[in-house]
Ligand binder design. Structure first.
Ligand SMILES: *Cc1c(COP(=O)(O)O)cnc(C)c1O
Length: 377
């Protein structure tokens, strides 16, 4: 059945970026010497400062993971009622709302960027709406200008799940500067990571103290606990891994850029395959390489390609599928109907995330493309 030769070793959709172990051990030695493992240690402080610079953001708070960061983000802005968001995202996005006792309202997505469709947000606003929660899917920014206009008109807050958007800038402005706050995830599968970890990014000085309290049980000092906070702290070992990895990011990005260009060159002109366009003035996060397979033109559907690739030892991901609006916990919501989400339902059937990590060779990527193209014939 298989005409092209399968890969000898499995090719996964991603592999975590790992630093030279000796360099990490040096950092661990520092931590051991300090006998300080968590609660605003030296590594934590240094990582916060370095990321503030790299991401061009006035304030940044580190967290033990991106999901807890976003839960705290909603709390810090005192959101309640309903929040308008996208169904085309990772489960964490709507779940964070649910954990804040907020009802997610799903808005359809833009057919090109696959982000929340800013032109459809206004019709979903009710007296209960308190915020818009956009996701910069695959690192492509949402229509931040239009979303802010709507928010200003109706007095809503704006939050972004920027988990895919490490290092993304719009005309030189760090992505975290848009909206009231943004979350980044430093999970092992993300380009920059701390094994598990995350951050909130914001511009408002007043938010910093509140976020810091909320992520440490609401403890103000030895004698006062001023609010029902949670434990969202990043520890020194996580922070030190991040610090060591920062030296590897540019090289990893360069390699991913070469691979991305190879994918584009091989797949761009195949009818039935759409690659995500590069947008002028926007930096690529090189977090994922995602294609869309249009069954009518390509001849077979995304599910077939995903399954067939496994026969060749290539493991891709249907990212994002299923839609959040199809989870049993959200299916009952009126905004989850297919009639409300026609574009999202179509896109979720077409997307396929292909392997992308610095350890792949250009040759590997060319072979993966050949295997995909052969399915068409
Ligand atoms: C990875 C990811 C998250 C969750 O981040 P964690 O750090 O794993 O909690 C949230 N949203 C999106 C879009 C993600 O890709």
């Amino acid at each position: 059945m298989a005409r092209k030769k399968p890969f000898d070793k499995p090719i996964y959709v991603t592999r975590p970026l790992l630093p030279d172990l000796d360099k990490f051990n040096q950092k661990l030695q520092e931590i051991w010497d300090s006998q300080w493992l968590t609660n605003n240690g030296k590594q934590h402080l240094e990582l916060e400062q370095r990321l503030q610079q790299i991401l061009k953001i006035p304030y940044l708070s580190l967290f033990n993971n991106g999901t807890v960061a976003l839960i705290v983000g909603c709390q810090s802005l005192r959101l309640s009622g309903e929040v308008i968001t996208t169904p085309f995202t990772f489960p964490a996005t709507p779940h964070v709302l649910t954990w804040n006792n907020i009802k997610p309202i799903f808005c359809d997505i833009d057919p090109v960027t696959m982000n929340i469709d800013a032109n459809k947000i206004e019709s979903m606003i009710t007296p209960q709406t308190t915020a818009i929660l956009g996701v910069h899917v695959y690192g492509t920014p949402c229509n931040v200008i239009k979303i802010q206009e709507i928010a200003d008109k109706y007095g809503l807050k704006v939050i972004y799940d920027a988990a895919h958007a490490f290092g993304v800038e719009i005309n030189g402005v760090g992505i975290g500067n848009f909206g009231d706050l943004s979350m980044m995830s430093f999970h092992a599968t993300k380009l920059f990571h701390t094994a598990e970890g995350g951050a909130l990014l914001f511009k408002d000085h007043n938010l910093k103290a509140r976020v810091e309290l909320l992520k440490n049980f609401g403890i103000k000092n030895e004698e006062e606990v001023v609010m029902p906070g949670i434990n969202g702290k990043m520890n020194e070992i996580q922070a030190s891994l991040g610090l060591v990895l920062l030296d590897y990011i540019e090289q990893e990005k360069f390699q991913r850029q070469q691979l991305t260009e190879t994918y584009r060159r091989c797949l761009e002109n195949v009818s039935g395959i759409r690659v995500i366009p590069e947008i002028y003035g926007i930096t690529n996060s090189y977090q994922y390489f995602v294609i869309r397979i249009e069954q009518e033109l390509f001849g077979c559907d995304r599910d077939y390609v995903h399954k067939q690739l496994k026969e060749y030892n290539v493991f891709t991901r249907k990212y994002f599928y299923p839609l959040c609006s199809d989870y049993p916990c959200y299916k009952y919501l009126p905004s989850s109907s297919i009639a409300n989400l026609p574009v999202a339902n179509q896109v979720a059937k077409e997307v396929l995330s292909l392997p992308l990590y610095g350890g792949l060779s250009i040759d590997d990527v060319e072979r993966i493309c050949e295997i995909i193209i052969e399915m068409k014939e």
